[in-house]
Design a protein around this ligand. Structure first.
Ligand SMILES: O=C(CO)[C@H](O)[C@H](O)COP(=O)(O)O
Length: 295
């Protein structure tokens, strides 16, 4: 019997439906319910939020399937789950469990330092991280149906998320005014598949939704990512390592929706309690930077 694979159109369309929203990392049913009640468009099941992954050290793997199941049973919004980069079996297990999306994520310890998953061989759609257009195009070439700029997860520091989003968007703009005969050279320079770059040039934008992730810690951070052109926002530690996760979750959703209503964002930011304590990116060694994982 031949395998039933979702078409790119269906896989990408599912992500389109999340546009303008916030996807929250959750580690149990209670957090999933909090996220749903706050207005999250989807949740991401994982064992620990990135800030706790940093603290725990060791190898970070796909969540215990009991956690994933618990989250799936707790909410009616889509449930995503993280698997390790290149870990075919973790991805197959998550697919068999019926999750709505898999994140092939650098937040977990990579299983393969050379090869990412061949995502177009799966029925379930995938989201992947990127820091620049080369990485974005390679992931699309492998079948990713959604992207997220990586930022530096678990730091509560928005600076890398800003850097990556600005970079991808600037590179897309540059590509969109290139002549067809310049694209092959750009493909060589970026290490990106020519056909994917051609598609981006023709569309004048990425062919898949691109959310911002990694370091969003306040409503204003989330709004900033939208202002810079993100299609939506992923938040994990920023909510669950803040003083009041419920208040932060609601305020971040509101700020993402109304990202240019600055008076509202000011109002939302009052009386939230302390944001998560942030980390200076320069205090992290290259090995400690999750964004360096994958290629
Ligand atoms: O890969 C991810 C998307 O789900 C991360 O978990 C996300 O970037 C969260 O980072 P942070 O904890 O800094 O909000």
């Amino acid at each position: 019997m031949s395998k039933i694979l979702g078409s790119d159109k269906v896989k990408r369309g599912m992500a389109e439906m999340q546009k303008g929203g916030v996807i929250m990392d959750v580690v149990n049913a209670e957090q999933a319910k909090l996220a749903e009640a706050a207005g999250a468009v989807a949740v991401m099941a994982l064992e620990r939020v990135p800030s706790d992954i940093r603290k725990a050290g060791g190898v970070a793997r796909m969540a215990d399937p009991r956690i994933v199941e618990e989250v799936m049973n707790a909410v009616s919004i889509p449930v995503m789950a993280k698997g390790r980069i290149g870990h075919i079996t973790e991805a197959r297990v998550l697919e068999a469990m019926g999750v709505d999306y898999i994140d092939e994520s650098e937040v977990l310890t990579p299983a393969d330092e050379e090869f990412h998953l061949k995502k177009d061989e799966f029925t379930v759609p995938f989201v992947c991280g990127c820091r620049d257009l080369g990485e974005a195009a390679r992931r699309i070439g492998e079948g990713a149906a959604m992207l997220r700029t990586k930022g530096e997860p678990g730091t509560g520091n928005i600076v890398e998320a800003v850097r990556h989003l600005r970079k991808v968007n600037a590179q897309v703009r540059k590509l969109s005014v290139m002549n067809d005969d310049e694209i092959m050279t750009e493909a060589k320079l970026l290490g990106a598949p020519y056909e994917v770059l051609k598609e981006i040039k023709t569309l004048g934008k990425l062919p898949v939704v691109n959310f911002a992730a990694g370091g969003v810690a306040t409503p204003a951070d989330a709004a900033l990512m939208m202002e810079l052109g993100a299609d939506g926002v992923f938040v994990g530690s920023g909510i669950f390592k803040s003083e009041s996760p419920e208040k932060y979750a609601k305020a971040i959703v509101q700020a993402t929706t109304h990202y240019q209503d600055y008076a509202l964002i000011g109002k939302l930011s009052k009386e939230l309690g302390a944001a998560m304590k942030g980390l200076d990116i320069n205090s992290l060694s290259l090995e400690e930077r999750m964004q360096e994982r994958g290629w």
